[in-house]
Structures are given as C-alpha cells and as structure tokens.
Design a protein around this ligand. Structure first.
Ligand code: DLZ
Length: 170
C-alpha cells in the first residue's frame, strides 16, 4: 500500500500573514520579527501581504492573535515573544498562558496560529534563540506558518479551510 501523502508547500506567494510581536524584551522580539519577515520574503510573500501587530507582552498575544485570525484577512498568524525565567517571577504563568492561548486561537478559528514564543532560562539562552544569522525562532515559526497554511489548503479544494485569505476577501 502506498498512501497518498500531503505536504504543505514552502511557498508564500499569494498568501497573507499577520505577525503578532510582543514588545516585552523588544531587543530580542524585534530580531524574531526580522527573522520571520526574512523567511516570508524568501518564500515569496509580497510586502503588502505581511502586517505586524504589536502587543505589550506575551500574555496579550493570544487575544490579539484570535481577533486577527477571526477577520479572515490572513492565511496564518505568527506569534512572537520572549519570556525569560530568570527575569520573570511568574514565568510559568506568562509562558503557559501564551502557549495555551495561541493553541486555542488556532483551534477556535481554524486559521493557523503558530508559536514563535521563545521560553528560556537565561538572557543568554534567549539571545541564542533569536539569532541574527542562525537559530532564529521567528524564522522557524514563519516557515511553519507557510507550511501549515498550504497544507490546510490541500486538505480540500471545496472546503472553506482551503480558501486563501485573498479569495476569502473577494
Ligand atoms: C510582566 C511580564 C514579565 C515579568 N515578564 C515578561 C516576559 O518575560 N515576557 C513577556 O513577553 N512579557 C512579560 N511580562 C508582561 C506580560 O506578558 C503582560 O504584558 C503583563 O503582565 C500585562 O498583562
């Protein structure tokens, strides 16, 4: 038996993306955003098809992501934040709410909402995960967003899940 295999193409041409960027630890989250934009650009996304929404901290990411996904204007939402255990007394709470809420935003809207929140024990660890040249979690999250957006399109041409945000807006 050779089952049919579906893969999400790494092609962002014609797709629309929202980036939700937390301002907490902004020196690092801005690097994540640069990495995400770089990945989208390399994969063919147009400048007008990528928008960035800034929120105060990672705790606020899920609500913003959910509302943005609900507009139907975007094929995927990329969530970026940095939570550092050593700097954050209620680390588990902030990181946990961000992770659970991001997942919930995807499940409740049916729009891919991907997790690009760095959770680290130290500033050094976090810095390494927000690399300029390599090891950038924002870049990786954007790649995942493109892949899952295309995979969902492949799930069924007749299914509304397979309609791009651009088609949805027409
Ligand atoms: C308050 C707080 C703290 C202590 N640490 C972080 C952090 O490491 N990363 C982050 O993204 N946000 C942090 N915040 C802010 C919360 O996410 C949130 O913005 C505030 O508690 C207001 O709701």
């Amino acid at each position: 038996m050779e089952p049919k295999i579906h893969n999400g193409a790494l092609n962002a041409k014609g797709l629309r993306f929202a980036i939700v960027e937390s301002r907490w630890n902004e020196l690092l989250t801005s690097r994540l955003a640069s990495g995400a934009v770089d990945a989208l650009e390399r994969l063919g996304a147009g400048e007008a098809d990528v928008e960035i929404f800034k929120v105060p901290g990672s705790f606020e990411i899920p609500l913003a992501a959910k509302r943005i996904a609900e507009t139907g204007r975007f094929d995927a939402v990329i969530c970026l934040g940095v939570v550092i255990r050593g700097e954050t007394p209620h680390f588990d709470f902030v990181a946990g709410e961000a992770a659970g809420g991001i997942s919930q935003a995807a499940l409740s809207t049916g729009v891919p909402v991907v997790f690009g929140v760095v959770t680290a024990d130290t500033v050094e660890q976090a810095t390494n995960r927000c690399g300029v040249k390599s090891g950038n979690k924002g870049y990786e999250a954007a790649m995942a967003a493109v892949e899952i957006a295309n995979l969902l399109k492949a799930v069924g041409e007749d299914d509304s899940v397979g309609v791009t945000a651009r088609q949805h807006a027409v």
